[in-house]
Design a protein around this ligand. Structure first.
Ligand code: FAD
Length: 281
């Protein structure tokens, strides 16, 4: 089954994000992770992240190619606009095509002091270029149900969503959120604007409190009171509580008509296994 078939089907989608090694050639850990994901979790597809600040085209495409060739897992490669020239993009896309990657999650990337933008400033421009020059790729994009931290307001995020759809993005994955009310509210607002699109909810299982701090500072996600209480109570060992919270979020989303979820696994297969098994029961 191709990713397009999965997205067009009627089953609740359960996909998983993994990150590649930091350095070229160090594939042992990701091979182990992908093998265990395939055997123990069987996600509908995996997506492989792109290094922060535009570093890591090779490790992303190497890890994606392992997922496809060795484990026969449908795979999406992330790609970011930051520090990316048109030449480098062409080279990366040709290599991905050669390795059998047919789907891309097209992003801008987070901006740091040393970030540079050469040919593409935003995800929509990058998507438009890829659509025009490499039309065979299926394009996915990010959306922010609580609003992107740099956006003026949610209306700007809805404008950007419309632009991304116009530029050829066919499917979206949301930034993590811990309160489903934000997801429902965003979908209602989008529907009122006449925006119809395919989307998976991004769910981050938090199994230790340090990880929560990092995730929140990057995503700006709101922490609901019941979740804050859990983190205070189980600070040292959040595994059970963190998995249970994610399971409840996912079951609620499924019951309320969401198309699917994308699990930010942080390469933690035990967490993904616990959550996917519970949801499939
Ligand atoms: P954009 O869509 O470009 O939006 C960024 C900001 O600019 C927003 O405030 C938006 O409102 C505004 N904007 C958008 N388009 C325009 C325009 N045309 N003109 C003016 N303003 C505009 N980062 C990585 O480095 N590697 C990864 O692998 C990665 N994977 C991710 C996966 C998911 C599912 C998500 C949600 C995020 C991921 N990120 C990743 C983080 C992402 O790069 C950041 O959230 C980044 O800050 C924004 O990316 P974007 O593609 O949404 O940017």
């Amino acid at each position: 089954m191709t990713i397009r078939d999965i997205l067009n089907g009627n089953n609740f989608i359960m996909s998983a994000e993994v990150f590649p090694p930091k350095r070229n050639g160090e594939l042992e850990n990701i091979i182990r992770t992908l093998r265990r994901l395939k055997e123990d979790v069987a996600p509908d597809y995996v997506s492989v992240t792109y290094g922060a600040n535009g570093k890591g085209a090779t490790t992303t495409s190497d890890a994606a190619s392992v997922a496809i060739d060795a484990f026969d897992i449908e795979t999406v490669a992330h790609i970011t606009a930051v520090n990316l020239t048109r030449d480098k993009l062409d080279e990366t896309l040709q290599s991905l095509q050669h390795k059998g990657v047919g789907s891309l999650l097209v992003l801008r990337g987070d901006v740091r002091d040393d970030s540079r933008f050469y040919d593409f400033w935003h995800a929509d421009e990058l998507a438009a270029y890829i659509k025009a020059h490499y039309p065979r790729f299926l394009l996915m994009g990010a959306l922010y149900v609580e609003g992107h931290p740099e956006s003026r307001d949610i209306e700007q995020d809805l404008d950007v969503l419309a632009q991304k759809i116009d530029c050829g993005i066919e499917h979206f994955v949301t930034q993590m959120f811990f309160d489903n009310a934000y997801y429902y509210d965003f979908m209602d607002r989008a529907a009122r604007r006449g925006l119809h699109f395919s989307v998976e909810a991004g769910i981050m299982p938090v199994t230790n409190v340090k990880q929560l701090g990092r995730s929140i500072s990057l995503s700006g996600a709101t922490i609901p009171d019941d979740f804050a209480k859990l983190t205070a109570q189980y600070e040292d060992d959040m595994f059970d509580a963190g998995c249970d919270y994610a399971i409840r979020q996912i079951l609620d989303l499924r019951q309320n008509g969401a198309k699917g979820v994308h699990l930010y696994t942080m390469n933690n297969v035990a967490t993904a296994k616990r959550i996917f098994e519970a949801v499939r029961k």
